[in-house]
Write a protein of this length. Sequence first.
Length: 171
Amino acid sequence: MLEDIVDTIDNIIAEHQVILGRFSELEAVSNDVTAVGAYDKARDMALASEEEQHLPRLQSTLEETNLKLKAHFDREDTVLLSGFEQHGNRKLLLAFRSLLSDHEEIRAQLVRVGESVSRLRAGGTSPGDWEERTKRMRTAITETRERLAAHASDEQDLLLKLRKEILGRRA
Ligand SMILES: [Fe+2]
Ligand SMILES: [Fe+2]
């Protein structure tokens, strides 16, 4: 049982790296999309190019990232929370509970990223409009990644403290 929660802690920490890596990939793909707008000022060319590769790739990377993050948050909201309830001191538990409230905000940010991608896919914009939209999308992705990285870092501190408590108590 104690091993289970220690395993969960280790998995969650490892997942932070994986999920943040997905966000870096999202940023890279969104850079490709932005580059299309910069090179092909004619909207038709940009549309042809993005339809071929970039926007669908962006959409699928986003969907994959969303699924991973949803499963990750769900485990933190349930298994990990109960780990803190059972094995953490009051201070740790309160700190972890307050961190969990970030999840709602990060989920909402991701919804906004999805909306900005959908707006791009909808097409029908002038080149200037296209640039503005890609810029907004890129900003939304970066802000979400930064928010998530800060959250994961704070979370990791608490997880390592809980891990130490559990293993120390057992020794
Ligand atoms: Fe979290
Ligand atoms: Fe996390």
